[in-house]
Design a protein around this ligand. Structure first.
Ligand code: SAM
Length: 244
């Protein structure tokens, strides 16, 4: 499993990605293309694909530093966030307890700006639980959830099929599943023999359609700031599924 998600630099990038204000990500001292602004708030927008009714249990797999799990608590009584990175889960745990988490935004070279991440207004940290774990080898006693969210996770797994095979037992009948993936299949994370042979949407459908119906698929852009002048602008394929 890749160690990159344990590094302080990537932890800072994700704290900014999940909790940074628009001004912290795209400071007003420069003109930014409108498409960059449209790509902000990805961890909030993916959760917006669930229906708005209130339910009991939510699960966010590959939750990173926890922003989407926070957003899921607005309509779920309790949300469990699981991520393989100890560093990410430690930060998410501190945030949910109401602690400010300081981090360094990289400007260039060794120049950084100190920022602070905080749990967003209106989020009840008491509804959140974060656990380090492996999405391909989840505990048997996890139970079933009304909503399962996994954003930009499957193409970071060694063997994504192991998660896809577990999903029918993780989502309650009538429940919802939101899967987002930028389809950036890389040998660094996933051996080539575990990549989709067809396009990712057809590959997902072939594996899920026995237990889920596809409600819709769409694209959501996201923006990860690496330095003051270097950003990842990527489009994630978001699929929304209903558990039959
Ligand atoms: C590209 S990031 C996406 C994070 C977050 N969902 C988002 O959209 O910002 C991939 C995440 O998956 C986590 N991850 C990678 N392999 C994992 C595994 N086997 N089990 C659980 N999480 C894993 C990484 O630690 C990282 O937080």
């Amino acid at each position: 499993m890749s160690e990159i998600y344990e590094s302080p630099e990537i932890l800072s990038e994700y704290l900014l990605f999940h909790y940074g204000t628009p001004e912290e990500i795209l400071p007003g001292d420069r003109e930014w293309p409108a498409g960059m602004r449209d790509a902000l708030d990805f961890p909030v927008r993916t959760v917006g694909h669930f229906s708005s009714t209130s339910v009991s249990r939510g699960l966010d797999l590959g939750c990173a530093v926890g922003r989407s799990a926070c957003e899921m608590t607005r309509t779920c009584d309790e949300v469990l966030g699981i991520d393989f990175s100890h560093a990410f889960i430690r930060a998410a745990g501190l945030l949910k307890e109401g602690n400010p988490v300081p981090y360094e935004r990289c400007e260039e070279a060794a120049r950084t700006t100190r920022l602070v991440a905080r749990i967003p207004m209106g989020i009840d940290g008491g509804r959140l639980l974060f656990r380090q774990g492996d999405a391909m080898n989840l505990p048997e006693d996890l139970g079933a959830f009304d909503r399962v969210h996994a954003a930009n996770l499957i193409c970071r797994l060694l063997d994504p099929t192991r998660l896809l095979e577990r999903l029918p037992s993780l989502v309650k009948p009538g429940g919802e599943l939101v899967l987002a993936t930028p389809c950036t299949w890389l040998e660094e994370f996933t051996p080539r023999n575990h990549w989709p042979v067809t396009n990712t949407l057809d590959w997902l459908s072939a594996r899920l359609e026995r237990d889920f119906s596809l409600l819709r698929s769409t694209d959501e852009p996201f923006l990860i700031r690496e330095t003051a002048r270097k950003f990842q602008w990527t489009t994630s394929l978001v699929t929304v599924w209903h558990r039959s």
